[in-house]
Write a protein that binds this ligand. Structure first.
Ligand SMILES: Nc1ncnc2c1ncn2[C@@H]1O[C@H](COP(=O)(O)OP(=O)(O)OP(=O)(O)O)[C@@H](O)[C@H]1O
Ligand SMILES: [Mg+2]
Length: 234
């Protein structure tokens, strides 16, 4: 699903936290949103995911203004799980879509296998580590095969080997299902490994956006180079 943003603004009190004239997120690709703390990354993601209203401007989903809620989902940095087992959480979106039980088990097993969650399936979510919670939330988000997936720092509490597992899974989803993925990350190395396109936000504005390769190797702006080399944006 292609996303197009036009004249988007979000204002809290007198503070304009988002002010984006034009931004395109291509269909079937992985876009990383990067930028310093408070840049507006989570705010932008929530608006794109249809969970927060903008004060001005539009988001178009394949050219339409109507939000296709059934076809997309978001994973929060601190996900909310239902008070039940890991298995029931992953199965939840399939249950509400009335998918047959056998198909639910097949998909839950498949995802649990890919994310190393098999030993945890019968565990209740209370007491899971934050990394295990994030993986469960990711499996739940993927279980109904969304066309579009929004991820806010999905690997923040995840160790390096599980992070690679998750990146592999996301890349595979993109290749095999054409899923459009938007990921907020602080980890520039992750953006480099995973993203086709990168958007750099700073103080609510897009400083630069474009093909990942160019973004990292020969950005248009000096600030972008500074940021990708670990410098601070002021
Ligand atoms: N509900 C709110 N009320 C007032 N200000 C808010 C609200 N939500 C966000 N903000 C402000 O908007 C700005 C952008 O916040 P946002 O959470 O989008 O940043 P971020 O780029 O995701 O930061 P981080 O890297 O720390 O997660 C911040 O200055 C934040 O304090
Ligand atoms: Mg954030």
């Amino acid at each position: 699903m292609e996303l197009a943003v036009q004249n988007l603004k979000k204002i809290y009190g007198t503070h304009t936290v988002l002010d984006i004239g034009k931004l395109m997120l291509p269909s079937g690709r992985i876009t990383a949103i990067v930028g310093p703390n408070g840049a507006g990354k989570s705010t932008l993601l929530s608006i794109l995911a249809g969970l927060l209203e903008a004060d001005n401007g539009q988001v178009f989903y394949d050219g339409q203004e109507e939000i296709p809620r059934e076809r997309m989902t978001m994973v929060f940095q601190e996900p909310y799980l239902i008070s039940s087992t890991v298995e029931k959480n992953i199965a939840w979106p399939l249950k509400i879509r009335k998918i047959p039980g056998q198909e639910i088990s097949r998909r839950v097993k498949g995802l649990a296998g890919e994310l190393g969650l098999v030993p945890l399936l019968k565990r209740r979510v209370r007491g899971l580590s934050l990394g295990e919670v994030q993986k469960t939330a990711l499996a739940r988000a993927l279980s109904f095969d969304p066309e579009m997936l929004f991820l806010d720092e999905p690997c923040a509490s995840i160790d390096p080997s599980a992070t690679l597992e998750i990146e592999r899974l996301l890349a595979k989803r993109k290749e095999e299902s054409g899923t459009t993925i938007v990921i907020v990350t602080h980890d520039l190395a992750q953006a480099r490994r995973l993203a086709d396109q990168v958007v750099l936000l700073h103080r609510g504005k897009v400083l630069e956006s474009g093909e990942a390769e160019k973004f990292f190797s020969s950005p248009d702006r000096e600030e972008t180079r500074k940021f990708t080399e670990g410098g601070l944006l002021i």
